[in-house]
Design a protein around this ligand. Structure first.
Ligand SMILES: Nc1ncnc2c1ncn2[C@@H]1O[C@H](COP(=O)(O)OP(=O)(O)O)[C@@H](O)[C@H]1O
Ligand SMILES: [Mg+2]
Ligand SMILES: [Zn+2]
Length: 280
């Protein structure tokens, strides 16, 4: 008798739990609930029908894209560069006979970024002003940023000024914090090395050494551009004790690549004159 009673109560319970028309989606006819056994108790739990699943997935992709865009925006802001930087892209690249190799080299570097990163591979682009060294470096930066690689591109004068500004507010710890923040970048681009002013005390040289040494120790690549030739760069970076430790470190981190050619600034100037003429 007792056994029958329990069976009856179980049946009633299960009946109460049966799926009814509300548990089916009117649109896709899929189940919106299901009955499951949780530790011996039957429970009705909600499930996603086909259209709800699709809506969920759509929302997830939307959120993911939003997140990516947000990340990209923040990365760009953190890349420390100005408006002009955004326009330096391989897509906007103006080819001529002189810069064909540079283009190929830059694109290959980006395509093989994982390997380059692993091998801590960078460059020192050196050569006369206006040959497109900064442009090439910024193309690399923008291409990598597009794949969410954190890149910081900054002029050497810019970073030194930032550090000097931070002394006023935070003292020595400001320098440490700024150099530390560069660690977040998988690739650091230091534009126009050698154009910075160097005081007799050699504080600027010491800052540059600290930056390069930190990259070296973190095994993270750096790309340098400079308008100096290698001999001039070596002299410029030489310590007050006449030791070339910064230059030696630099060459190991970022092997030199000579960028030859004529100044593109002339062409840019000519184009602007043309535009000006069309306006007058
Ligand atoms: N491949 C290129 N496509 C379009 N513009 C370029 C290219 N290379 C250089 N330029 C333009 O020529 C000028 C000089 O280039 P830049 O990269 O500043 O030279 P560098 O750093 O060698 O002194 C800049 O205005 C730059 O935008
Ligand atoms: Mg430059
Ligand atoms: Zn549905």
């Amino acid at each position: 008798m007792q056994k029958i009673k329990t069976t009856m109560s179980k049946m009633i319970h299960t009946q109460e739990l049966a799926l009814n028309s509300d548990d089916y989606c009117p649109k896709c006819k899929g189940k919106k609930s299901m009955i499951i056994n949780i530790l011996g108790n039957m429970k009705k739990v909600p499930v996603l029908c086909k259209c709800e699943k699709e809506e969920y997935e759509r929302q997830r992709i939307l959120d993911e894209n939003k997140e990516k865009l947000y990340k990209l925006q923040r990365l760009r802001e953190h890349s420390l560069m100005d408006e002009n930087f955004k326009n330096c892209t391989f897509e906007n690249w103006k080819s001529d006979k002189e810069n064909e190799k540079m283009y190929k080299m830059g694109e290959k570097y980006c395509n093989r970024w994982q390997e380059m990163k692993k091998k801590n591979m960078g460059f020192t682009f050196w050569g006369p002003p206006g040959t497109g060294k900064s442009y090439l470096s910024f193309c690399i930066a923008n291409r990598l940023l597009q794949s969410y690689v954190p890149v910081i591109a900054i002029s050497t004068i810019g970073i030194i000024n930032r550090i000097y500004d931070s002394y006023k507010r935070y003292g020595q710890s400001g320098e440490v914090a700024i150099i530390h923040s560069l660690k977040n970048a998988s690739l650091l681009i230091l534009d126009d090395l050698g154009a910075e002013y160097t005081s007799k005390l050699g504080k600027e040289k010491q800052i540059i050494y600290s930056i390069l040494d930190a990259r070296y120790r973190d095994k993270k690549p750096v790309i340098i551009t400079t308008n100096l030739n290698l001999k001039q760069l070596k002299e410029k970076l030489r310590g007050n004790d006449c030791v070339d430790r910064t230059y030696d470190r630099l060459i190991e981190l970022a092997p030199p690549v000579e960028i030859k050619g004529t100044s593109k600034r002339v062409a840019v100037g000519k184009e602007k004159t043309q535009i000006l003429k069309s306006l007058l």
